[in-house]
Design a protein around this ligand. Structure first.
Ligand code: S3P
Ligand code: PEP
Length: 439
């Protein structure tokens, strides 16, 4: 992994603790030095957050010991590992080898009463809430970050209560008294987050009789549900080893970087195959179809088209920020629809994006479900607010790589860049390495 140029290491991390986003190796504010040459080089993706946290749950539910390879080590996966240990699972991590070994207990939750801290990890929050309900007599105290206290969990708790559990509240923090899962049909509304449905689908095979989920409302982020179904089937075959794909959402930043600097990047760990588990690879397909990038296996390069993109991002909404942040550099408006549910993620992403782009001088039209960005001359000297949201830090970090004034000097500053540790701790180090290697 490429070490940092330009931001000193701060406080060392205590072994075994889960750092909040603000304790990290990054400074409070990070001015982004632009690329003065087209990017060239390679970047290695971290493991997928969605696959790592599903694999941890599914391995814990299995009967054998599973070794996860190419796992993500970030705040969200440390939260999941810590919670599983609290619940009595043996989990051995080797960060230098990127492996996690976990002993499955065949659907048993060993510890009866525990405090579970989910931070702002949506996957951990939703998946663990359903997971602990397999215990017939458990008492679990859940809490999360300030932002998590506003994120949707109520519909999942209602479904679990229909199975006999009792929750003390409909949002974090809550205490959950569990009663096992008898099975039958439960109603679920997954129109605010698909993770509520994924959480149920992973525990359903361990219910006492078949558990069927009947959906009300339109489920969002559907490819993540398909990922869950496919991984449940993969783990049913009791693998001893399980390889985790590189994070396709993280890959979106390198496609955006190729566009911004008119260069090319070898994205190691990307699975461009049609049977890839992560629906976020759609970002590459969309930009390729619109002529903004070219892909050859893992190699992504800019292509001649520079026009704005009009698309519905409901199926791959984590990547909408990667496009929105560079929309000021495209010709003509970019229109992004299908993103109402992202108002209830790490922050209100639609409103936050509109606010930061407006500060940068752009004309932005915001509706409940969409954003239209009409490019205007970029305003230098802006400090980007990141709202504890890793995707604001990373997507605007890429915009900052554009050499706005043609002098190689920073013109955009990212506040709290450390929030990238939620899913991609090495992001700004990797960017600095690519910059150094391209000049
Ligand atoms: O299941 C998953 O791993 C995820 C589902 C999506 O969430 P929503 O379903 O809440 O949109 C996505 O935004 C998130 O980053 C990861
Ligand atoms: C929405 C996201 O995360 P979470 O898993 O916390 O929902 C994200 O990573 O963009």
């Amino acid at each position: 992994m490429v070490r940092s140029a330009g931001h000193p290491r701060a406080r060392p991390r205590l072994p075994g603790t889960i750092p909040p986003h603000s304790v990290s190796t990054y400074p409070e504010k990070l001015p982004i030095p632009p690329f003065t040459r087209p990017v060239r080089g390679s970047a290695t993706l971290p493991g997928s957050k969605s696959i790592t946290n599903r694999a941890l749950i599914l391995a814990a539910l299995g009967r054998e010991t599973v070794t996860l390879r190419g796992a993500l080590f970030s705040r969200d996966t440390r939260i999941m590992v810590a919670a599983l240990r609290q619940l009595g699972f043996a989990v051995a991590t080797d960060e230098s080898a990127l492996t996690i070994r976990i002993e499955g207990r065949g659907g048993e939750i060993p510890v009866r009463e525990a405090k579970i801290e989910v931070g702002n990890a949506g996957t951990a929050a939703r998946f663990l809430t359903a997971f602990v309900c397999l215990r017939p007599d458990g008492v679990y105290h859940f809490d999360g970050d300030e932002a998590m206290r506003r994120r949707p969990i109520g519909a999942l708790l209602e479904a679990l209560e229909a199975q006999g559990a009792r929750a003390s509240a409909r949002s974090f923090p809550f205490t959950l008294r569990t009663a096992g899962l008898p099975g039958g049909t439960v109603l679920l509304d997954a129109s605010e987050s698909s993770q509520l449905l994924s959480a149920l689908l992973m525990v359903a095979p361990h219910a006492k009789s078949p558990l069927t989920v009947s959906l009300k409302g339109e489920t969002v982020s559907k490819p993540f549900v398909t990922m869950t179904e496919r991984m449940v089937a993969q783990f049913a075959a009791s693998p001893a080893d399980y390889a985790i794909e590189g994070d396709a959402t993280a890959a979106s930043y390198f496609a955006a970087l190729a566009i911004v600097t008119e260069g090319s990047v070898e994205v190691n760990g990307l699975n461009p195959a049609p049977d890839a588990l992560q629906g976020d690879i759609e970002f590459y397909r969309l930009l390729t179809a619109r002529g903004l990038i070219r892909c050859n296996g893992r190699h992504v390069s800019h292509a001649p088209a520079r026009h704005g993109v009009i698309a519905n991002f409901n199926d791959f909404s984590d990547t909408f920020l990667s496009l929105a942040a560079i929309a000021p550099l495209l010709d003509g408006p970019t229109k992004i629809a299908g993103i109402a549910h992202t108002r209830k993620q790490e922050t209100d992403r639609v409103a936050g994006m509109a606010r930061e782009l407006t500060k940068l001088g752009q004309h932005v039209v915001e509706t409940e479900d969409s954003l239209e960005i009409h490019p205007r001359p970029l305003v230098p000297g802006v400090e980007i607010e990141t709202y504890h949201d890793h995707r604001f830090a990373m997507s605007f970090g890429i915009l900052g790589c554009h050499d706005l004034r043609g002098d190689g000097q920073p013109w955009l500053t990212i506040k709290d860049p450390a929030c990238c540790t939620k899913t991609f701790p090495a992001f700004f180090d990797l960017l600095a390495g690519l910059r150094a290697g391209s000049h």
